[in-house]
Write a protein that binds this ligand. Structure first.
Ligand code: PRX
Length: 634
């Protein structure tokens, strides 16, 4: 790549090298963008043709009941057929689908596509034996081990709807999600490893299930081998079940309608409890397949590593489904970037010859602070493409990643998308000129706009609300059990346009620059948390009468949680109580939600109707203007 300032484009621009261009699937970005712009349905049908269907669709896009869009209507398919079975008929049968390393580096496991098929079938048969049928919900709460992938695929294979809860969440989050989805089965592990310590997953499940009547069975995969209680009749060791005749290596794939739900995934919204985003077998399959192929340019000789957690949408789309749909070879690492030393990831890249690496800005910033000596100890020459996701990447972090990790050879794909979008929405492809900190332009078939409060486009360079104008195949179909909230949340502010919840700017070259969330969502190290969840964890403590949570800028995490608490009478503010409250939130929600700071106040700024004005707290904390405070109560 080369850096230049050109008279044609604004700012600093990085152009692709001839090698990058030569290798890329998409050589002529403009031509494909035009193709999709002129015929959206035709473009997506062409992508869908590359996959196998039990029955072809009658109609690519049905928009007769907006915003309840449907894709590939009338078609029949199961995403797992294209993730696994399709490859078994080709040389990919013996190709490495997945290789994995344990946190301590002592264990390595590898699976060909043939082996993935066997593992998934076995697990699918066990799940079926637990009475799970098409349409039933199954909660998966595990660490980063291959079985989490097999469990997701096994559910999909038999038409059950998986609901994965991130293994870093704790009791409240898990319980709320099990209750809302009415899952009959939970799949978990005895524990997982984090920085050399055991995270007590099974014990957390036990506590969460005290309040959940729907769950009949719990499957427990042994990972740590430490002692955990097992409830007779309800809890089953996975390895014991594998020894039973029901754990057959063969399992029929359920034929699904394209619009049948594949999974639900809970995410934080602007108000109230997390909502379950619904994704489907047909459109989601086509969307994740196509975006991963074009953006990360995956080829059969690549070794792909998406360093996210399977518990977030990034893991769903680009650890599990997208790579398998593309017949790719993926690496999965159990641990984090800096345990035991800050070279752990770089060691993996060298050791396993990773060619395409995808991570989050928070990880880059975190590793940057340890200096260049750590990555420089390793041969990173296998890399050819890099990626970023989850929050805006600041230009300094981008440049460090580009120079120190990518050695000025590897374009960085800064992919903007959401749990709701299911697939990349604003993103470059490898040959697109890059500007550090911008996700460039919308993906093929998409148009984005920046609007003001009244819904009119703002001039280039000005900040406004980011909306998407066209439907896309991997779009969320609804909020599970709450279609009204789906309409209200995403489609009502500007009718006919999808409201992303982000603010952004567009420059004169048509490049988009994401600024951040405009709602009550906080992005802590790229993880999406709602102020309401943090506040309800706080008020569950006997000392707290009322609480308000806000996100403030943080050098490494992007944003950190700061809370303001009003105490009940009889309780006195003290540093010890502040520490207790931080711990309380971590215990109930998970360590990622632990507030950075707890402040005690006598009053919270509220509107006359009693809503906490978090934006006022935020402005005050940063010494910024408070904006319109005409609705503030006396
Ligand atoms: O604010 C945007 C930010 O993450 C939000 C979506 O969060 P979540 O549903 O957890 O999905 C994250 C992974 C897809 C968005 O509304 N975001 C995501 N990617 C980027 C980003 N902000 C800036 N640049 C990105 N590349």
């Amino acid at each position: 790549m080369s850096t230049t300032k050109t008279p044609e484009m604004e700012g600093e621009v990085y152009f692709p090298s001839p090698q990058v261009i030569e290798q890329a699937y998409v050589k002529d970005w403009e031509a494909l963008a035009k193709r999709a712009r002129n015929d959206l349905a035709g473009f997506w049908a062409e992508q869908a043709e590359e996959l196998e269907w039990v029955q072809k669709w009658d109609k690519v896009l049905d928009d007769s009941d907006k915003p309840f869009y449907k894709w590939f209507v009338g078609g029949k398919v199961n995403i797992t057929h294209n993730c696994i079975d399709r490859h078994l008929k080709t040389f990919r049968k013996n190709k490495l689908a997945l290789f994995w390393e344990s946190e301590d580096g002592k264990l390595e496991r590898t699976f060909s596509y043939f082996a993935v098929n066997r593992e998934v079938n076995r697990m699918a048969n066990i799940i079926k034996a637990m009475g799970i049928q098409k349409g039933d919900r199954v909660t998966i709460y595990m660490g980063r081990i291959p079985e989490i992938i097999f469990a997701m695929l096994a559910c999909a294979k038999i038409g059950a709807i998986h609901s994965v809860v991130f293994g870093g969440f704790s009791v409240d989050a898990l319980q709320g999600r099990i209750e809302d989805s009415l899952s009959k089965l939970v799949i978990t592990c005895d524990g997982s490893y984090q920085n050399g310590k055991i995270v007590e997953l099974k014990r957390t499940v036990d506590t969460a299930l005290k309040g959940c009547a729907s769950v009949e069975n719990v499957i427990v995969v042994k990972r740590t081998g430490h002692e955990v209680p097992m409830e007779a009749g309800r809890d089953h060791w996975y390895h014991d079940m594998c020894a039973l005749p029901i754990a057959n290596d063969k399992c029929a794939t359920e034929v699904m309608d394209t619009e049948d739900p594949l999974y639900i995934l809970y995410t934080s919204g602007s108000t109230g409890k997390p909502k379950a985003i619904v994704h489907t077998h047909g459109g989601y399959m086509v969307g994740t397949y196509t975006t991963l192929k074009y953006v990360f340019d995956l080829k059969d000789d690549d070794r792909w590593w998406c360093a996210a957690d399977p518990g977030w949408v990034t893991g769903h789309s680009y650890i599990v489904y997208g790579p398998l749909l593309n017949g790719a070879t993926s690496f999965m690492f159990e641990g984090g970037p800096s345990y035991p030393y800050p070279n752990r990831w770089w060691q993996c890249i060298e050791r396993f010859g990773i060619t395409v690496f995808y991570t989050a800005p928070t990880a880059i910033r975190g590793l940057m602070r340890f200096g260049e000596a750590w990555p420089n100890k390793h041969d990173l020459s296998s890399l050819r493409l890099l990626g970023s996701v989850g929050e805006p990447i600041n230009p300094e972090a981008w440049k460090w990643y580009y120079r120190v990790i990518g050695k000025e050879r590897c374009p960085i794909m800064d992919t903007w998308w959401q749990t709701e979008t299911g697939m990349f929405m604003i993103t470059p492809t490898p040959t697109v000129p890059l500007k550090p900190g911008s996700g460039t332009r919308p993906f093929f078939g998409q148009e984005a706009e920046i609007l003001n409060e009244e819904g009119r486009p703002v001039p280039d360079g000005e900040e406004g609300y980011l909306v998407l104008k066209n439907p896309w195949p991997a779009m969320l179909r609804t909020i599970y059990g709450d279609p009204q909230r789906y309409v209200q949340q995403y489609w009502s502010k500007y009718p006919g346009k999808y409201m992303t919840g982000d603010s952004a700017k567009r420059d004169k070259d048509g490049y988009f620059w994401i600024i951040g969330r405009v709602d009550d969502v906080i992005k802590v190290s790229g993880h999406r948390l709602g102020t309401a969840e943090v506040e309800s964890a706080l008020v569950s403590h006997p000392a707290v009468a009322e609480a308000a949570a806000i996100g403030l800028p943080h050098d490494i995490k992007g944003q950190a949680i700061h809370v303001f608490c009003l105490l009940r009478s009889g309780f006195t503010a003290s540093p010890e109580l502040a520490e207790e409250l931080r711990q309380h939130v971590a215990t109930h929600m998970g360590p990622i939600a632990r507030p950075e700071e707890v402040k005690f106040v006598d009053k919270l700024p509220k509107t006359r109707s009693g809503k906490i004005m978090r934006r006022v707290l935020k402005a005050r904390a940063q010494g910024l203007p408070e904006g319109d405070i005409s609705t503030l109560e006396e």
